[in-house]
Design a protein around this ligand. Sequence first.
Ligand code: ADP
Ligand code: MG
Length: 677
Amino acid sequence: MAARFAKLGVITVRDLLYFFPRHHIDYSRRSRIADLEPGIDQTIVAEVWQASEKRSRRGMRSTEAIVGDETGTVRVIWFNQPYLAKRLSTGTRIALSGKVDLFRDQKVFQSPEYEFLESGDLIHTGRLIPVYPLTRGLYLRQVRQVVKDALDLYLPDIEDFLPEGVRTGAGLMRLSEAIQQAHYPDNEFSKDAARHRLAFDELFLIQLSVLSRKRDWREARQGISLNPEPECLARFLASLPFDLTSAQRRVLDEIRGDLAQDKPMSRLLQGEVGSGKTVVATTAMLLAVASYCQAALMAPTEILAEQHFQNICRLLGDQDGDGDVCCFPSPLPRPIVVGLLTGGSRAKGELHRRIASGEIDILIGTHALIQKKVEFHRLGLVVVDEQHRFGVMQRVELRQKGTSPHMLVMSATPIPRTLALTLYGDLDISLIDELPPGRREIKTRWLSPQRRQDGYEFVRKQIARACQAFIICPLIEESENIEARAATAEYERLSQEIFPDLRLGLLHGRMSTSQKEEVMQRFRAGEIDVLVSTSVVEVGIDVPNATVMLVEGAERFGLAQLHQFRGRVWRSSYQSYCLLLSENPSVEGAKRLKLMEEIHNGFRLAEEDLRLRGPGEFFGTRQSGLPDLKMAQLSDVGLLEMARSEAIRLFESDPQLERSEHKALAGAVARLREGAK
Ligand code: ADP
Ligand code: MG
């Protein structure tokens, strides 16, 4: 049984106490047999008159019984449970909960929940009954019993970690009562009060943990002030082929202000795909280099790292950008050297040496940057791209490569405020809320299934105009293998039946990094007309010539994710198009696809997405660093704001949580921070 519980993530007694039911069934309505009404959930207490095993003509074995109270009798059938007959000896008192059906004008209970009255508190019948998530071989009745035993044994010892002032101030139930009521509530009201308390706990602990992370960086450390001659910055900006937008200039000022401090910066730079974050990050890295420090940028995939490398080299004025370094007539007495380090890099040892000696000024790479062997000479700034792809710990690990470097994290996924406060409450936020001039909206259309051919024709026309197309295959959550196979099949079908005369490419998550890379290079070089891909293209790959994207099974993706996809054809000054195909979307799905046609602002889409689907689905990935919330809803702004302000207040009075009355609380925060690793 322990192994089965472990599958559900329940290992310790604490896990069990916090293993909350999915929902409750209301069996609190008591009835006498004569008053039973068909079709509604009700409970009777009755005595067994007789019970026996029955075998149907098809060989199915079941238990049949007649039970009675002072008002009459009723027949009961439990299908497939022949063993029950033996336990229901005449005269046994039981409670039954469920619905009665009419069968030839007779009332019959079909497979009701049952409970022997001698066994103590009711846990299956006669009240609000918990329904737990299950796994193979683990039964609801067992889980109820095990949880009930745990509650009886351990709840009396549980310590309430919320300081009394916070608890009463926020009008919350005591912890032990809340846990009890979350499983076996007295009534709907106390069930809600319990959930409210437990939801507060989750949000409050998260806020304390982000605040303590912020404290760890702010207070404990002396940062490096990066404040070079302004002339260097001016020269760089003048060398760019465009003027910064006013939003870019504003966030750059915010970043410069932070870098000049001797406290390490922790800043989140948010901006839509194509809003020009890379230029801003490059400028920041240049400021570090001009202050005789190194800078590092970590991207979630090799393709992205390579793309950043090329873009940054180009921005710095390097024309060929083909080798592993490039130069820029720099403020230093020598050229600036940019390096690329990924899992696939050759001659890593040599790269490591040049990083450690300080020969490499700006290092771009993947997770390879946080490996042990990588040591910097003097790391002044770390930049993390597509932040939500990394866990909190990876961010911290990169930072630990320096003594206390400044940190800039970038995200193209617009994050609604509640989520931002939860995930990134330790960061200051800068927002690029403006796109470079001349960008056109991507025309987005949702096509009904009958118009699939029109969609293909449209793709064909774009390609005839020397453009390129993406076709995104449906999301299959179960496994990357199945998804890869489905994408391969779709690729075959499209190559043979729809576009036999065009050059198609295939991209999916099961391909090796070098295979993926090769396909992307060929697509970028214009050797492929149509790239058939799974959702792996989501993260920012640029192909300026791609003007149309056709998304299959569009209703399965989140709005934020669709918006990310759409951003892949937002690179050119041509008009771009996004076609959404969906076989038969639900009402909800149809509503969401309509929103994609109408809304072009990523933030508004993100808010809608969060509201419609909840935070777990929001990023389309579990690896978001998002803590596992059982009770809290991140859409509950009110509760979140309350938890945050209580956390800030508590932190002001006891930033280290070292007072004796905060000991249990400090423990809970430590557990959460440990879990986030
Ligand atoms: P992001 O990283 O935010 O998705 P990028 O920094 O890659 O966006 O910028 C997208 C494209 O827009 C790049 O080709 C970049 O050179 C260009 N760009 C950036 N800022 C500006 C600007 N202010 N004016 C014109 N083009 C710009
Ligand atoms: Mg980008």
